[in-house]
Design a protein around this ligand. Structure first.
Ligand code: C2E
Ligand code: MG
Ligand code: MG
Length: 731
């Protein structure tokens, strides 16, 4: 609403408006002569021949001046005057009458006549009186217009003030409220009357009082005054069940001094009267700000601090520890098998698990410690208070123990463990990034040595990290420098005493260290993605080594090739392998690929699909190291598995314990029950071999029957076998 009205200003059109007259006289001649005289100055003249007609006209329209005779039939001039008075009509009336009686004159004056002239009158005098009356009436009218405008304007301002969403107030010289608008009830819960007379400091939150003093006591005016100062005001508790709970409202305050200006002859003197202020409710802005800061510093799933907050606190803690010379500890926590749970139960359940894990971990730490979620299943714990290794160890043990009880997800019991890497400032390093990296490295050490435990960072780990880097860079050159070799280990059928299969095993002929097993390098090859090139190289070499040999080509000996998880995870994995072996002229029926259980546990569904593609093409699939990984056995129904390979660790137990022997028997029995081939790996003794044979596990692989050897040695054995078969069949 626009309110640019200036109250002291009278619009100029009011000054020059046309003036309308009503001339009332029962004597027509007197009326006409008066009108004639008036016409020299004014034109808008209406006439009435008696009081009744006059009243009717006055009711109909408004005149600026009425000239009235007193003695008239029907209604007299007095009656017209009385009517005018009673109806609060402000039009001035000049009476012209033949009546000379003083009574009549006083009566007319009492009834509100402006002036009275006796017939015959002097027109100049009358004109003078008319002008005076018009002036006076104009001034009256203007005054009343101004008055009504002022009233209207004050109403408007009051309306605006009262209905403003902001809290508007005035304080007296002492800082007491003399005025507050309606908003005070909505914003702070007070009735207006409760605040009037109260000191402002009564409603300011204690901690903000000092700041409030400057704003509430503002004496400056306009642009020099206080602008947008943020404060918190106390509210009346709205929850009746908690009458003593102090709730507060954040506001933004603008205030300025109020002055009364006294203009004396030569200068204006302004005296301070109090302070006027507007307080804007900024709760929602504060809420939004809080939310934004919260999001920037928290993990929204677990509500734990995030990496940014952890680094902030770690930075602070390091600075403090540097000053005091004390130690501080960080722990890198990673859940074991979380991916598996996430994949098998879905992300919603996975998220739920993370929330519950966060809750359990948090319950084990002290208030000053920071537990943050870095993302995925990674957490980091900062123990900033002076801490010893022993204390850290106790905390780690408590954290691990907190995971002992199962979690219930979708009514199923789920167990998760946590691997913890610990790094100590300043023992390990005084650099924040290195500290985190060391803890991470220590955590990986836990993972690779069997998970669920804790390890302090140490120099050996650093050495291992350095070794890792050197292996990776060495591997990159291995293919180019022709340092890779393929070894072949036969698989024997105990019944026919023939080689029925061969496992291709990769070797790295390291320039300094000599022949190295894949155990030394395959993990690094996987991590650095060099594995892709290695696998390609293996297939190529097997094709060249074996399938270019006529005797081998003509035999029905199967080749087993080991694949790594990274191979299978390739998006176009099954199709590219199929077309690759086609290019190499390897018949699918002669190929068995070996995978370990853990490989397909990470993404069962896509694994099923991929292995079916291979199986449908006639390629066999063997589960390597059977029984050592995540054996849910369920997968044996779902996956197209042709062979299980009993791991060396079980075979070696056959002679050592009854349990070991029983376990092997159980695996063989199960495979037979499912109609799956079974091969025993790492067979080193006749006793093992005889036991396996007694169980019906007839295919064996191990040092007892042949070590992994170079291609020529292996092909020699194949040739010997071939010759033997030929002589047998010709004999
Ligand atoms: P694996 O597939 O279980 O291979 C059997 C391992 O047991 C081989 O070790 C072999 O030399 C060893 N072995 C065989 N018979 C005996 C025995 O009687 N006693 C004992 N103690 N050990 C025996 P190797 O060659 O060092 O290979 C280690 C692992 O590396 C393999 O285990 C396989 O998982 C992986 N690997 C080998 N070649 C390749 C390859 O070309 N690609 C990939 N991705 N992995 C490979
Ligand atoms: Mg194998
Ligand atoms: Mg194996």
């Amino acid at each position: 609403m626009e309110t640019s009205l200036n109250d002291s200003e009278v619009p100029s059109r009011q000054l020059h408006r046309p003036v309308s007259f009503l001339v009332v006289d029962d004597e027509q001649r007197a009326r006409k002569s008066l009108i004639e005289l008036l016409n020299t100055n004014w034109t808008d003249i209406t006439e009435a021949e008696d009081g009744e007609q006059a009243i009717a006209l006055i009711q109909k329209r408004q005149f600026n001046l009425i000239i009235l005779d007193l003695n008239m039939p029907t209604k007299s001039g007095d009656q017209v005057l009385a009517f005018i008075r009673d109806n609060k009509i402000t039009t001035p009336v000049i009476v012209i009458s033949g009546e000379a009686s003083i009574n009549k004159v006083t009566e007319a004056m009492r009834l509100g006549a402006y002036d009275i002239f006796r017939k015959p009158y002097n027109f100049d005098e009358l004109e003078h009186a008319i002008r005076n009356a018009l002036d006076k009436s104009r001034i009256e009218e203007e005054k009343s217009q101004i008055q009504s405008r002022l009233e209207h304007s004050e109403q408007l301002h009051r309306y605006m003030v009262d209905n403003s969403p902001d809290l508007i107030y005035i304080l007296d010289l002492e800082g007491r409220f003399t005025f507050v608008n309606n908003s005070v009830k909505r914003l702070l819960g007070y009735d207006k009357a409760q605040l009037i007379g109260k000191h402002y400091s009564d409603i300011v939150v204690e901690e903000d009082r000092l700041k409030a003093e400057y704003v509430f006591n503002e004496r400056r005016r306009e642009s020099r005054s206080n602008r947008n100062v943020e404060l918190r005001l106390k509210c009346i508790p709205t929850d009746p069940s908690r009458p003593f709970e102090v709730t507060t409202r954040p506001i933004e305050l603008n205030s300025m001094g109020i002055y009364a200006v006294d203009a004396s002859e030569d200068k204006e003197v302004a005296t301070y009267q109090g302070t006027y202020g507007v307080a804007r409710d900024i709760s929602s802005r504060k809420e939004a700000e809080k939310m934004i800061t919260y999001q920037a510093y928290h993990d929204l799933l677990t509500k734990l601090p995030n990496r940014a907050m952890l680094y902030d606190r770690l930075d602070l803690a390091i600075k403090q520890a540097e000053r005091t010379g004390e130690a501080l500890i960080i722990m890198f926590l990673d859940l074991d098998r979380f991916k598996l749970i996430n994949d098998s139960f879905g992300h919603v359940v996975g998220d739920q698990l993370l929330i519950e894990v966060a809750g359990r971990l948090k319950a084990e730490i002290r208030t000053g410690d920071t537990l943050a979620r870095l993302g995925g299943d990674e957490f980091m714990l900062l123990l900033p208070q002076p801490t010893s290794r022993e204390q850290a160890e106790r905390v780690a043990q408590k954290l691990i123990a907190s995971m002992q009880q199962p979690f219930y997800l979708k009514k199923k019991e789920v167990y998760v463990n946590v691997s913890i890497g610990i790094s100590v400032f300043p023992d390990d390093t005084d650099d924040i990034n290195m500290l985190v990296k060391n803890a991470d490295m220590a955590m990986y050490e836990v993972k690779s040595s069997g998970k669920n435990g804790y390890v302090f960072f140490n120099d050996k780990l650093e050495h291992a990290a350095a070794e890792k880097i050197s292996i990776e860079s060495g591997l990159r050159n291995a293919i180019k420098n022709d340092e890779l070799e393929m070894f072949y280990q036969p698989q024997f059928d105990l019944r026919s005493e023939r080689i029925v299969g061969v496992e291709a095993l990769l070797r790295w002929n390291h320039p300094k260290l000599g022949l190295r097993s894949p155990n030394y390098f395959i993990e690094h090859a996987e991590e650095s993605r060099i594995i892709d090139q290695l696998s390609e190289w293996v297939f190529n070499r097997v094709a060249v080594d074996l399938f270019s040999d006529k005797t081998f080509q003509d035999s029905d000996i199967k080749v087993s090739i080991n694949l790594s998880a990274t191979d299978i995870r390739q998006k176009e994995f099954p199709e590219s392998l199929v077309s690759y072996i086609e290019d190499l002229h390897i018949k699918p029926s002669r190929l068995e690929i070996e995978i370990t259980e853990n490989m397909f546990m990470s993404d069962m569904q896509s694994c099923i699909y991929k292995l079916r593609v291979l199986s449908n093409k006639g390629i066999s699939i063997a589960i390597d190291d059977f029984g050592t990984g995540y054996s849910s056995l369920n997968y044996l129904r779902e996956l197209p598995v042709h062979t299980v390979k009993i791991d060396y660790s079980f075979v070696s137990e056959i002679e050592r314990s009854e349990k070991g022997a029983a376990l092997v028997a159980a695996i063989v029995g199960m495979a037979q029950g499912l109609g799956i081939n079974v091969i025993a790996e790492g067979v080193e003794s006749t006793a093992q071999s005889e036991y396996l044979e007694s169980l019906g596990c007839n295919i064996v692989q191990g040092f007892l029957f042949g070590r992994p050897v170079a291609v020529n040695d292996f092909l020699g054995a194949v040739a010997t076998q071939h010759a033997k078969i030929s002589t047998q069949s010709s004999a």
